[in-house]
Design a protein around this ligand. Structure first.
Ligand SMILES: [Cu+2]
Length: 500
């Protein structure tokens, strides 16, 4: 559908180029130049005003399909909403259109945009919008200051093609952006974007909460952490898992995928990477020219990139910010699931998901979500703990102790029927919270090695993992509670450098 339409567009565009020139239309001689705002005024709007199609991420509106400039009406409503930022963690987001990132806007170079910004009556704050696609002081910010329950309107002509960030610019600006007030506006060049099979909208942002990463409950914004650029979460599309697990982006072998990638910041630049893919093209910084054969592209805060790649092999491709602690410890993980037949000449076909996905493969509505909601209701069952613990164990402990708990001769002690484990649950909690080093004897065999503290796990997660371990492989069946973990955590010390 996208392909057919864009092909038609392309054909029309080349026709227009060879035909009569209207003032301001890019000429053939200038076709190796890519822009400049002077070429962007393609004349007055033609035809009836058009209502812009806006989409929530990860969807992208269809190509404009137009060959002439139009008047385009954009209606965007600001809403302040409380929803999940991670499993069991809520946050009050300020949004353009109800979600983070804000609605994707797609127009064509030369269009005249009549922009209506509404601020929902339930909002507590005034807001405005600065679109980087606007030529003029403030990018629309001054003309769009909008109190709760009010609306404002301004008009601009989109002179430069490209992929632009928009954001709120109401003081304190950093706080409005940190709460999720950003999105993307694509200004297509007159010929449209070249056709591809799939287009997706992905936008990174950093978030600052008073509680630690994955600390449960409603988490307020932490201004000091934001000033220090010490992000608690770094996320694609506004929440952990927004484009992972069941919500992963999808494609089929043999398709070309285009990602419109933005970075709202407010602070961090993104080292955007798809594990196991090479970007065939990157329109770096969201501009008109592309680089080819790129592994990782840098996307500044308040900037964008358009990346394209052809998918040869089926499987799960993990999307990360390659500043890699952000991926594994702050949530910057997405996935592209590709269906189709293996091409063994290109890739041998061994699944590597578990290496990279670890416990990031947590899916909303899965075992962990179930345990979290039971715990929130004060009705956590051991069965739910075991199920959640199984998933977490696979992503955390199995790397060393193996999926079946057998460990590795002489290197990693067994958790299966471990006399050390079963003798003292409090001590076992301490091992996970604080790590273990030096000589230890398990089932009559000596180990002299190091287990690092599992600093990335919170009390609920450790309780669930240990409950699962105790319920498995001939162990004692002890149930471990988050309160017990908290108690051990409070009464013991971690080696210097452990996260918490
Ligand atoms: Cu705002």
């Amino acid at each position: 559908m996208i392909r057919a339409r864009s092909l038609m567009l392309l054909a029309l565009f080349s026709f227009a180029c060879n035909g009569a020139q209207t003032p301001g239309t890019p000429s053939k001689a200038a076709s190796d130049e890519t822009g400049g705002s002077k070429k962007g005024d393609l004349g007055p709007p033609v035809g009836e005003p058009i209502q812009a199609v806006l989409t929530n991420s990860p969807e992208v509106p269809p190509p404009t399909g137009r060959t002439q400039p139009a008047k385009v009406v954009v209606e965007l409503e600001v809403r302040e909403v409380t929803k999940a930022i991670s499993e069991g963690v809520d946050y009050t987001f300020w949004t353009f259109g109800g979600e983070v990132p804000g609605k994707f806007i797609r127009i064509r170079q030369g269009d005249t945009v009549e922009f209506h910004l509404q601020n929902h009556p339930s909002s507590k704050m005034p807001h405005n919008i600065d679109l980087h696609a606007v030529t003029g002081p403030g990018g629309g910010a001054a003309s769009s200051f909008t109190a709760p329950g009010h609306a404002s309107q301004f008009t601009f002509k989109a002179l430069n093609p490209g992929l632009y960030v928009y954001h709120c610019a109401t003081a304190p600006v950093g706080m409005h952006i940190a709460n999720g007030m950003y999105g993307l506006i694509l200004v297509e060049p007159p010929g449209g974007m070249p056709p591809v099979d799939r287009e997706y909208y992905v936008m990174q942002g950093d978030f600052y909460t008073v509680g630690k990463y994955r600390e449960k409950g409603l988490q307020p914004f932490d201004m000091q952490k934001a000033i220090e650029e010490n992000a608690t979460y770094v996320l694609f599309n506004g929440s952990e898992g927004a484009i992972a697990g069941d919500a992963a982006l999808t494609a089929k072998v043999g398709e070309t995928v285009r990602l419109y990638v933005g970075n709202g910041g407010p602070n961090l630049v993104s080292s955007f990477h798809v594990i196991g893919e090479i970007f065939d093209k990157v329109y770096y910084e969201g501009g008109s020219r592309f680089q080819e054969n790129v592994q990782t592209t840098l996307i500044p805060a308040g900037g964008s990139a358009i990346v394209e790649f052809y998918v040869e092999a089926p499987g799960t491709y993990v999307i990360v910010d390659h500043s890699i602690f952000r991926a594994f410890n702050k949530g910057a993980v997405g996935m592209l699931k590709v269906d189709g037949a293996d091409d063994l000449a290109i890739y041998s076909g061994k699944e590597v998901d578990s290496v990279y996905l670890a416990d990031m493969s947590v899916t909303p509505g899965g075992a962990i979500a179930e345990a979290t909601s039971q715990a929130a209701a004060g009705q956590l069952t051991p069965a739910a703990q075991v199920k959640a613990g199984e998933t977490l164990f696979a992503g955390t402990c199995s790397t060393c102790h193996q999926a079946n708990g057998a460990g590795l001769e002489g290197v990693f002690p067994p958790l299966a029927a471990s006399d050390y484990l079963n003798a003292d649950p409090k001590r076992a909690i301490g091992v996970v919270v604080n790590g273990l080093s030096g000589p230890v004897t398990v089932n009559g065999k000596d180990y002299v090695s190091v287990m690092p503290p599992m600093s990335q796990l919170n009390d609920d997660e450790i309780a669930n993992i240990l409950t699962y371990v105790y319920a498995s492989w001939g162990n004692s069946g002890v149930v471990v509670s988050a309160a017990e973990v908290a108690q051990v955590r409070a009464s013991t010390t971690r080696p210097a450098g452990a996260a918490h």
